[in-house]
Design a protein around this ligand. Sequence first.
Ligand SMILES: Nc1nc2c(c(=O)[nH]1)N[C@H]1C(S)=C(S)[C@@H](COP(=O)(O)OP(=O)(O)OC[C@H]3O[C@@H](n4cnc5c(=O)[nH]c(N)nc54)[C@H](O)[C@@H]3O)O[C@H]1N2
Ligand SMILES: Nc1nc2c(c(=O)[nH]1)N[C@H]1C(S)=C(S)[C@@H](COP(=O)(O)OP(=O)(O)OC[C@H]3O[C@@H](n4cnc5c(=O)[nH]c(N)nc54)[C@H](O)[C@@H]3O)O[C@H]1N2
Ligand code: SF4
Ligand SMILES: [Mo]
Length: 748
Amino acid sequence: MGERIIECSDGRIKMRTCAWSPPGDHPVGCGMYLTVEDGKVVKVEGDPQHPITNGRLCVRCLTLPEYMYNEKRIIHPMYRDPKDRGKDVWEEISWDQALDIIVEKWTAIKDKWGRESIVTFQGTGREPALYHSSLTYAVLGSPNAVFPMSGDSCYGPRCSVADFLLGAGYPEMDYAQFLEGRYDDPQYELPKYIILWGKDPLFSNPDGFFGHSLIDLMKRGSKFITIDPRITWISARSEYALQLRPGTDAALGIGMLQVIINEGLYDSEFVEKWTFGFEELKQRVNEYTLEEIEEITTVAKEDIIAVARIYAQNSPSAIMWGLAVDTNSNGTQVGHTIMSLIAITGNFDIPGGNTLSVPASFMGKWRYECANLLEPEIRKKMIGLERYPGFQAAHVVAHPDLVLDALETGDPYELKMAWFFGSNMLANTSNAQPKRWYEALRKMEFNVGQDLFMTPTAMALYDVFLPVATFAEHEGVVLPHFGRNTHMVSAMNKCVDVGECKSDLEICFWIGKRLNPDAWPWETIADFFTQQIQPVMGITFEDLQDEGWHMNAFEYRKYEKGLLRPDGAQGFNTPTGLIELESSLYEDWGEDPLPYFAENILTPFSRPDLAEEFPLIMTTGGRETTSFHSEHRQIKSLRRLMPDPLVQINPETAIQYGISNGDWVAIENPFGRAIEKALITEIIKPGIIHAQHGWWYPEQDGEEPNLFGVWKSTINSLIPHKAIGKLGFGSPYKNVMCKIYKVDSLDS
Ligand SMILES: Nc1nc2c(c(=O)[nH]1)N[C@H]1C(S)=C(S)[C@@H](COP(=O)(O)OP(=O)(O)OC[C@H]3O[C@@H](n4cnc5c(=O)[nH]c(N)nc54)[C@H](O)[C@@H]3O)O[C@H]1N2
Ligand SMILES: Nc1nc2c(c(=O)[nH]1)N[C@H]1C(S)=C(S)[C@@H](COP(=O)(O)OP(=O)(O)OC[C@H]3O[C@@H](n4cnc5c(=O)[nH]c(N)nc54)[C@H](O)[C@@H]3O)O[C@H]1N2
Ligand code: SF4
Ligand SMILES: [Mo]
């Protein structure tokens, strides 16, 4: 491990830290040194001694100084009269003035409408995601914390499957992330095969996983299989690349289960001892024929058989399941099939398989426990509690689709104040149907937001703008590998200040101490972190800052050792104590206890009446290294690499519609329309297109009605609201029908 602070001979200093956000990132916690000169960060270098990332960084971290010192960054609190929303008429104010305005409005609204009339919005798993519930429950005292992605379809379906059927945290691939000696640790075994299922980690580093590790494993001999409608960098190097029709993953999973079960390739000892409902699962998967599955998925039956055999006959092997599992109304069913595949082949919690996390957690646990600070009567008012009890059991947050309904209709009650906590929701990111959210939210009495840039959401909706500090400007902890990971924690060490920016946690502290002091008893942020991490990791926050990162010992096969259940018994923390191939919970929540395939709501097959007009299928949002959702559009060196939103179209489809490379193209369906630029490419099959999300144009006029051009490439206007699964999870962000046609410009 290197020094925390290195004094260079030229007078500059290098400070070691681990990244989270902003700039946007899932908590990979990559290790780096920031060179500081005259109080400014001037250079970013990877830390070769970091155990997971070994000095490797992506372009978004390498351009950090350009982001931190960007001319468009907001670095002081600002206020605008609610009647001026949409106009660029901000007044710079002090933090004290901001606090006074917030306290006054919050008091008036809660006294008149009740605390439940306040709603808060988070974005993806950036750092504020860790403090969002605390802001809502422990600061504002409202029950309505919401991640506004329809059907909570990022990570929600995957985590709920892990909760309900496994009783454990999200099962990550074992890439020796928890072992001292990493790949050379004597306990470790290399996965023989890695299946990437709707996940592209080289570009996304998703869910706290360091994507480049796949290259390490490839070099060491792991082989790959990809399940992805597109040919990715890894698919091109895979033994099999199953290019399924978007949204048909549950059918494919059922086909693979059928082959493994019918051919007797499963681990019968594991199935017998540790699973519940095997016979019922067997019966269910045999209700489909492989011919039908081939027709649904467009994957050749022979390939389904081959991949199923390879996975079952090469233990250990791992499945990495990504966002495409969630962005599907069948999200929980897809997750169910994948979880069943891992289970019946005995690949859970073995070296080189899929690891399981222990139930007790620290920061995350505190996050959910904050809900206990709500008055019981208020907590009962959480939107969606009655309609989606399963959703609430897993998540303890308000339901996004029902929140939009409530905003529009006032049912079950009026919402009057919104707080944006790391969400640029109008910019084709989390929300389906963003214009509906915009129309509803502009009617609120009072809105507060915290961000770093003047986004379309801020320009349209905020009244108070609170400026946020990047990871180089504040202290914090990173929990890599998501799930309920309690094995590793890393420190973010503050290097510099920029303007008056504060971190999300500092903002919670600052306002929490005024609105709800009992919930915020810690003197300092360091005291708070120490109280969180010491009982689990055995070190103080200051120790962690010096060490850089800290790992607890990891044990495999925890189900044999009584490490997964609170009662210390062997098995899994589910009602049956076993992995539930047939759920014992779902029926009570109105869902089929076994996995099934159903067409998504807006495809040429579920809507044959629209198929002639909208014959194509659109998937969206495959990640690019140059942006994190709507972030980075104003970072010049990144924008040069990706100047325009691109829609990928197969050459055959392009000829059919008279579209050439570089043409502007309108993408349209009965719900909405967006314009992107054609990229003609063989990586996608005919009849399917892939469109980027998260586009707005910071260089354009920010005032209404233009709002930085946010309504031009409005890809999420094509995604229907409430096209969700029966448990309340999953929405078709990556599979809707559409048509395309050439237009003259982005403004057409
Ligand atoms: N069509 C389509 N839509 C999608 C997807 C897709 O694949 N296809 N993916 C979806 C997924 S998986 C997700 S998770 C959502 C993501 O949706 P969001 O996370 O809401 O993404 P952004 O719109 O980038 O909003 C984040 C905002 O937070 C600000 N920010 C960055 N870091 C911080 C920080 O540390 N603190 C605070 N307070 N603010 C910060 C950024 O500047 C930005 O304005 O988008 C979804 N939208
Ligand atoms: N650079 C960058 N990194 C990011 C983000 C970002 O915006 N930028 N966002 C972060 C967030 S919030 C998330 S959730 C993760 C997501 O990261 P991942 O889980 O890796 O997901 P994606 O990159 O959205 O999509 C992965 C692959 O799914 C394929 N796909 C599309 N539709 C389907 C389908 O129906 N079935 C199957 N099997 N595959 C399909 C796409 O072609 C794509 O190659 O990335 C995170 N990391
Ligand atoms: S994954 Fe890339 S962008 Fe994210 S923290 Fe690591 S280097 Fe930075
Ligand atoms: Mo996400």
